[in-house]
Design a binder for this molecule. Structure first.
Ligand code: 4NP
Length: 152
């Protein structure tokens, strides 16, 4: 299973989602590749936000070597599942889809737990460290639900 996590900047939410999902695939012994990308290009080439690195480290994950990049249409070839953090990211990716096949790969990450409810992972960039703890918790829960489904 090849999974791509997508947010706006690819420095706060999706790098964390990438680290969490990679760890869960390993724990559940699922063969796979995990990546992340942003819909905006402001932070291309940068490491994750220090607050994401910190929260990951607090939970035993090292995401410090990941590098931000922009989402590309080519990602529809490279990944089976494309998970958007919020509705804006979701809409952006769907606009790039070239076929129903591409579009069917795209989901809001929290749809794993709350199908059809449009639950979004809030952008923590302009807030404090507590926002990153909330994001971590949401991503841990949704990734856990996804890997359990994959394991069935
Ligand atoms: P992310 O957070 O989409 O979770 O990586 C953001 C990072 C940077 C900006 C916005 C959101 N920004 O405006 O630079």
């Amino acid at each position: 299973m090849r999974i791509l996590m997508v947010c706006l900047g690819n420095i706060c939410r999706s790098p964390l989602a990438e680290g969490i999902m990679r760890d869960k695939l390993r724990k559940y012994d699922i063969e796979g590749v995990v990546g992340s990308a942003g819909t905006a290009s402001y932070h291309i080439g940068e490491p994750p936000d220090p607050r994401s690195i910190d929260i990951a480290r607090k939970h035993g994950l090292d995401i410090s070597t990941q590098v931000a990049r922009a989402f590309s249409v080519n990602d529809f070839e490279q990944f089976d599942l494309i998970l958007a953090m919020d509705q804006e990211n979701y809409d952006y990716i769907l606009r790039k889809a070239r076929s129903d096949h591409d579009g069917q790969k795209v989901h809001l990450i929290h749809d794993s737990l709350y199908p059809g409810e449009g639950v979004e992972v809030p952008d923590p960039y302009y807030g404090g460290q507590d926002g990153f703890e909330i994001v971590y918790k949401m991503l841990d829960e949704s990734c856990e639900a996804i890997v359990r489904k994959l394991k069935l």
